[in-house]
Write a protein that binds this ligand. Structure first.
Ligand code: URP
Ligand code: ZN
Ligand code: ZN
Length: 459
């Protein structure tokens, strides 16, 4: 099967030029100009931007969490991702405390295999580190799971203490992996949650007030100090605020291997959304939305190269699930739906407004994640021999985000009514047209598990 994409403006993390892309058997065979070749499928990309498929390294599909499950399955979640130009996602396996990593791996693989529409990989969340977990780190890396997630929060559920963290970092470093972290101080948050509840404060606003900036800044600093001490490469997920980014800025002075991900919501939305009644539950997530000054810090961090990745932390719930916390903010399932909108929102609010360049856009939506997580150059770029994961993007088409037109399995949109400039027109995944004319052309089961390589600790 041969496909030719003609005359598009090809944008990678480094390039910006008009050219043709020849695809054969799922990978890029050649890139050139005015190619005249007999092919099975010809795609005219005149006036279009051509990007590498997006990689979202932070999603939660069918995740058991806070007494329920996130509402997108591997099928609905990866399909929605494809509609928005994200061809690969990295989901989180959660070890059950006291059980093995292998058991969790089998459980998650069982849910994803044969169901995913787009490509996927897993991080392994270590929620209980002991001698037997230690023995499994090497095994997981051999399976292609080279990043290990930790939670410094969710006390009593997912949180590990610093002793476990240090032990894990030491082993992961030796085996060639990376430790990622949800960096907020679980004890401080637990104290504030109990305080607010005992004062009868139950609305979503108190979710926000229970996780002030200091809780994230403190934990981020502690995490980077622990990675410095152990020499283990680190990655902070969903970093939201100035205080936390300052901790990373200090670490870079030591030439540390610490990478930072923020998420699209922290760049675009702010905490004023909690100042309404229960509707604010749509944006109850951890960490919570922050202030306008933090958005400025994060945009600057992207341009300064301190923030390498923009993900989503897609963790969708239906409204009836959010209602579990109607009378108690601490019971509102944490997370919001965004997997479908990251690429278009970041283009519209970042590139079209002149905040970031086209090359930076590709870096933070695709290339850096591929490099950090051991998938480059198979994923994350458009180059000879890379997987032909490609977006054909119209930079001028305007449209409006709505629950009426999205493909995620939620009955509200966290971005309802947002007017966006730029639209994903077609998406190819491993050479096959997956999205075209607002329709998905690949079936569930087309998505493949991406076995990742050992981590280099640089990009
Ligand atoms: O609110 C969030 N972020 N939900 C998903 C779990 C996590 O902390 O990433
Ligand atoms: Zn988290
Ligand atoms: Zn998350």
């Amino acid at each position: 099967m041969k496909t030719l994409i003609k005359n598009g403006r090809i944008i990678t993390a480094a390039d910006n030029y008009i050219g043709d892309i020849l695809i054969e058997n799922g990978t890029v065979k050649a890139i050139g100009r005015d190619m005249a070749i007999q092919v099975d499928e010809l795609i005219d990309a005149t006036n279009m931007l051509v990007f590498p498929g997006g990689i979202d390294p932070h999603v939660h599909l069918e995740m058991p969490f806070m007494g329920t499950f996130s509402s997108d399955s591997y099928e609905t979640g990866t399909r929605a991702a494809l509609f928005g130009g994200t061809t690969t996602v990295i989901d989180f396996i959660l070890q059950k405390q006291g059980n093995s990593l292998r058991a969790a791996f089998d459980e998650w693989s069982g849910r994803a295999t044969g169901n995913a529409v787009g490509d996927y990989s897993f991080h392994m969340a270590v929620t209980h580190y002991n001698e037997s977990t230690k023995g499994e780190i090497k095994e997981m890396i051999a399976e292609g799971i080279t990043s290990f997630k930790t939670f410094m929060a969710y006390k009593g559920a997912l949180m590990i203490d610093d002793r476990q963290m240090i032990g894990l970092m030491d082993e992961v470093k030796q085996q060639g992996g990376l430790v990622t972290v949800h960096a907020t101080n679980g004890d401080m948050i637990d104290y504030l949650v109990q305080k607010h509840r005992s004062e009868g404060k139950s609305s979503p606003l108190y979710h926000y007030l229970s996780q002030p900036e200091v809780t994230e800044a403190e934990a981020s600093e502690r995490f980077v100090d622990m990675t410095n001490y152990t020499g283990c490469p680190g990655y902070i997920v969903h970093l939201t605020c100035e205080g936390a980014l300052n901790a990373v800025r200090n670490a870079t002075r030591r030439n540390q291997k610490v990478f930072v991900e923020t998420c699209i919501q922290y760049l675009l939305l702010d905490a004023s959304l909690y100042e309404q009644d229960f509707d604010g539950a749509k944006w109850v997530m951890s960490p919570p939305l922050r202030e306008k000054k933090d958005q400025t810090t994060l945009w600057a961090g992207i341009n300064q190269g301190l923030v390498q990745v923009v993900g989503t932390d897609h963790c969708p719930f239906k409204w009836e699930q959010k209602l579990l916390g109607k009378d108690d903010f601490s019971k509102i399932p944490n997370g919001h739906p965004a997997i479908e909108h990251r690429m278009e929102l970041l283009y519209s609010e970042g590139v079209a407004t002149g905040k970031i360049s086209l090359n930076k856009y590709v870096e933070v939506t695709s290339t850096n994640a591929a490099k950090i997580f051991g998938m480059f150059p198979k994923k994350g770029t458009i180059a000879v021999d890379s997987d032909a994961d490609i977006i054909i993007f119209d930079p001028t088409e305007k449209h409006t985000i709505s629950v009426k037109s999205h493909h995620m399995n939620t009955d509200y949109s966290a971005y309802e009514g947002w007017e966006v400039t730029g639209k994903v027109k077609s998406v190819l995944l491993r050479g096959k047209v997956a999205i075209e004319n607002n329709e998905c052309r690949v079936e569930k089961g087309y998505g493949q598990f991406v076995k990742r390589e050992k981590v280099k600790g640089f990009i």
